[in-house]
Design a protein around this ligand. Structure first.
Ligand code: ZN
Length: 291
């Protein structure tokens, strides 16, 4: 089985950066963990792909990026996060979301998310994480990311994402690319990129057709392909641990914990991102807090 990865490429003139991602296994793992229906799988898969692509640009080892799509649609929110090392995870509010195909015959991710906002949180080791927010353009995710980068980060570019679901509802292909214009890219570069992009098929058809990330990069940057700079493996990984969950419970405070002790013999916490379940004895937690 092909490993999930992101490759980083640059144009010959050094003015166009391109990241190409193949993340079928990551999205399939997410589908199995969350038991998502096809429309929800596509929404979660696209968000995971977007987070992986954007997280790949972070500089620090511990930096991470979170995407929150809040809308009035039936999916009740889509959340994805990733770091620079390709560790990606996410969840949706309502995994059973399943809608009829939209007017283009595609899974209706925009309809599932609805009208609302995209919040991007970047934890790059500063005291306060960086937060940016936009109103959703379409809720189709790729378009929203492109709009976000342009308006909030003054980075002109194009994001393309694709998730293809098989007849048995598993993920057949998933991935995306993120093309950004670097400082100094003028009108000529823009028209060259637009011309090249006009010949590029959808991400899901390229991936399901068996194209590798490198082949896609060479096609997207056709007129002036430079080189592949690096590649990073991408995985569905959860960072939850007993320690992290315990400190979240402790932060509820003594009063809340006393209430819990009266009502339950065990505090049970299920991770939102993975199947892990953590159990704590309220007595023990209160003892810890009082210490
Ligand atoms: Zn977890």
């Amino acid at each position: 089985m092909k490993k999930d990865q992101i490759i980083n490429a640059i144009s010959g003139d050094g003015l166009v950066s391109l990241k190409v991602l193949d993340c079928r296994n990551t999205v399939e793992k997410a589908r199995k963990i969350h038991s998502t229906e096809p429309t929800a799988t596509a929404a979660l898969g696209r968000a995971l792909a977007a987070a992986a692509l954007m997280g790949n640009g972070l500089k620090g080892e511990d930096d991470s990026l979170i995407l929150k799509f809040h809308g009035d649609g039936p999916i009740e929110g889509v959340f994805a996060e990733s770091d620079s090392k390709g560790n990606t995870r996410g969840y949706v509010g309502n995994p059973a979301t399943e809608l009829p195909l939209n007017e283009f015959g595609k899974l209706d991710v925009g309809g599932a998310i609805g009208k609302g906002s995209l919040t991007v949180i970047k934890d790059i080791g500063l005291k306060e994480p960086y937060t940016g927010q936009i109103e959703l353009v379409s809720g189709e995710i790729a378009e929203d990311i492109t709009h976000y980068l342009f308006t909030s980060e003054q980075t002109p570019g194009v994001c393309s994402l694709g998730v293809l679901i098989d007849r048995d509802r598993s993920v057949l292909a998933a991935g995306g690319f993120l093309l950004t214009l670097l400082p100094g890219a003028g009108e000529e570069v823009i028209s060259r990129v637009e011309r090249d992009l006009a010949d590029v098929a959808s991400m899901s058809s390229m991936l399901s057709g068996g194209m590798s990330c490198e082949e896609i990069a060479r096609l997207v940057l056709k007129s002036d392909f430079g080189e592949i700079l690096d590649s990073t493996e991408v995985k569905y990984t959860c960072r939850c641990s007993e320690k992290r969950v315990l400190s979240a419970i402790i932060s509820l405070g003594v009063d809340e914990l006393e209430k819990m002790r009266q009502e339950m013999s065990s505090i049970e916490v299920t991770c939102r991102y993975c199947p892990a379940v953590y159990r704590f004895d309220p007595e023990e937690v209160i003892k810890l807090v009082k210490k």
